[in-house]
Design a protein around this ligand. Structure first.
Ligand SMILES: [Zn+2]
Ligand SMILES: [Zn+2]
Ligand SMILES: [Zn+2]
Length: 362
């Protein structure tokens, strides 16, 4: 993620902040500019962004629950921002602790949506008759995806419960953001790969997804991953079925581009070919290799730093070349679709056409 500064005093601010700790200005995230902005009241008691090209704005109505700092243009009469508008079911706020769980879920969801916006991927529009993303945050539900609907079990927002599940499933890493990135991968498979010319390459890399899903999952739960899974997969769970391999690979791809982006934004560049004049933009990188050249030394350094603090590794995975080849496939699809959509939008296309470029069904 990029680095944000208060547009009033320049102090560094975080993505979730609602006030600048130095100057006290109210802050919000302006999705249309993908940036944080400080706000000031106008004489007629409204809010205006501070900085170039000020905009009259108001907070998303979920700000009243302390779970959203996104801003909307004055005149946008819908009460919810573009990210909160994706919620189908929110936690029951009369339950103790639900607001804290919801805030954690919103933070993770907004980091996902931020990435999708940086990549110019569709998420809130119908594509070839398929609905966009929606979210159910429900207690006692199974975390999963179906037809664009991502369900997250509220217990995953409880750090103790999540750690218990991580140990139960012998996972090296488990986070809300990881869940959301993974589940979004299932959605993007349906619009970027399924019934497109890319399905053949998908099957060559990930295997044939037409094998029985439930059967494959039961077998994985009973017998675990193959002993040599580390030579082909990004994680043990990825070996359970080609769809899970894709979703795990997708999640790791999003982990990598966002972590590299955050490092670059903060001046941490460890690649040999670094060019200090041009910040490397992992969200629009042409070459997958250039991304990995930055990622590998970064993870080695960050894992060492984590160990210096007595923490678990920052990135407790080693990606074999087979997994990187799958990730390069994800990268190619994402970049092709995102760039073409960005070009079309810049040329006056405003999203009325509901078909992805070059990916129409056949
Ligand atoms: Zn400030
Ligand atoms: Zn919102
Ligand atoms: Zn999955």
């Amino acid at each position: 993620m990029q680095k944000f500064n208060c547009s009033n005093c320049g102090h560094i601010v975080y993505f979730q902040n609602v006030h600048c700790v130095r100057c006290g200005s109210p802050l919000g995230f302006l999705p249309e500019r993908l940036t944080m902005s400080a706000l000031q009241p106008t004489p007629d008691n409204e809010l205006e962004t501070i900085g170039e090209q000020p905009l009259r704005v108001h907070y998303c109505s979920n700000s009243q629950h302390g779970v959203c700092n996104w801003l909307m243009r004055r005149g946008d009469l819908s009460g919810l921002c573009r990210a909160c508008d994706l919620n189908r079911t929110i936690p029951n706020l009369s339950d103790n602790g639900s607001t804290a769980a919801w805030a954690a879920l919103e933070d993770a969801k907004k980091r996902l949506i931020y990435a999708l916006m940086r990549l110019s991927l569709p998420f809130d529009e119908e594509i070839d008759g398929k609905p966009g993303l929606k979210f159910d945050f429900v207690s006692g539900a199974m975390t999963g995806h179906a037809d664009g609907l991502i369900t997250v079990n509220l217990a995953e927002a409880d750090a103790v419960e999540r750690e218990r599940a991580r140990q139960l499933f012998a996972e090296p890493y488990r986070s809300l953001l990881g869940h959301l990135r993974h589940e979004s991968g299932h959605y993007y498979w349906t619009i970027l790969v399924d019934r497109t010319p890319h399905i053949d390459k998908f099957r060559r890399l990930f295997g044939d997804e037409r094998i029985d899903y439930e059967c494959a999952l039961s077998q994985y739960r009973a017998a675990g991953p193959p002993t040599d899974w580390q030579s082909s997969y990004v994680s043990a769970y990825a070996s359970s079925h080609p769809w899970e391999d894709w979703a795990e690979t997708w999640a790791h791809y999003l982990h990598i581009i966002d972590a590299v982006d955050t490092a670059e934004a903060n001046g941490i560049t460890l690649a040999n070919d670094q060019d200090s004049a041009n910040r490397f933009d992992s969200y629009s990188a042409e070459a997958f290799d250039a991304l990995i050249e930055r990622w590998v030394p970064l993870t080695l350094a960050l894992n060492s730093l984590s160990r210096s603090m007595g923490h678990q590794d920052f990135y407790p995975f080693v990606n074999p070349s087979a997994a990187l080849e799958k990730m390069a496939f994800v990268h190619g699809l994402v970049q092709a679709v995102g760039k073409e959509r960005a070009v079309r939008r810049a040329s006056g296309w405003h999203g009325e056409q509901k078909v992805l470029p070059n990916l129409s069904n056949h």
